[in-house]
Design a protein around this ligand. Structure first.
Ligand SMILES: [Zn+2]
Ligand SMILES: [Zn+2]
Ligand SMILES: [Zn+2]
Length: 113
C-alpha cells in the first residue's frame, strides 16, 4: 500500500501511510487501530512510528517521561485528543471513552521515554 495524502481527523491533519479518516494505516489497520500520535520532533501527527519513519526526514524522538499532560494522542473515532499520562493509564479516549488497541502498549518505548 502506498502513502496517500494527509487526512483530516477532527481538527488535525494526519500524514504517513494513512488509509482512512479513523487513522488506520498501512501498518496497523485493525478495528481498534484508531489512534494517531503527535511526534515531539516535528509536532506532526502520524498513525504510527513506521509512518513517521517513512515520511519524515529525521529520526523520531520520544516524549520525555514528564510530558504527561501533552495532548499527544488523537482518537480516530471522535477526533478528540487525550493526554499522554491518561492514555498510558487507560488506553482509552478521554473524549469518547473508546478503547484503543491494547497491543500498542508493546510499542510504547517507540513513543514515550
Ligand atoms: Zn518527527
Ligand atoms: Zn503506520
Ligand atoms: Zn474518541
Amino acid at each position: 500500500m502506498s502513502a496517500g495524502a494527509p487526512r483530516r481527523v477532527g481538527e488535525r491533519l494526519v500524514g504517513g501511510a494513512i488509509l482512512d479518516d479513523e487513522t488506520r494505516c498501512a501498518h496497523w489497520h485493525g478495528p481498534d487501530d484508531v489512534l494517531a500520535i503527535l511526534f515531539p520532533c516535528c509536532r506532526a501527527w502520524f498513525p504510527c512510528h513506521a509512518c513517521h519513519e517513512e515520511a519524515a526526514d529525521h529520526p523520531a524522538e520520544v516524549w520525555p517521561a514528564d510530558a504527561v499532560s501533552e495532548e499527544a494522542l488523537l482518537c480516530g473515532r471522535c477526533g478528540g485528543t487525550t493526554a499522554i499520562g491518561r492514555y498510558r493509564e487507560t488506553s482509552a479516549c478521554a473524549r469518547c471513552g473508546g478503547a484503543f488497541n491494547d497491543g500498542c502498549r508493546l510499542h510504547a518505548h517507540l513513543y514515550f521515554a
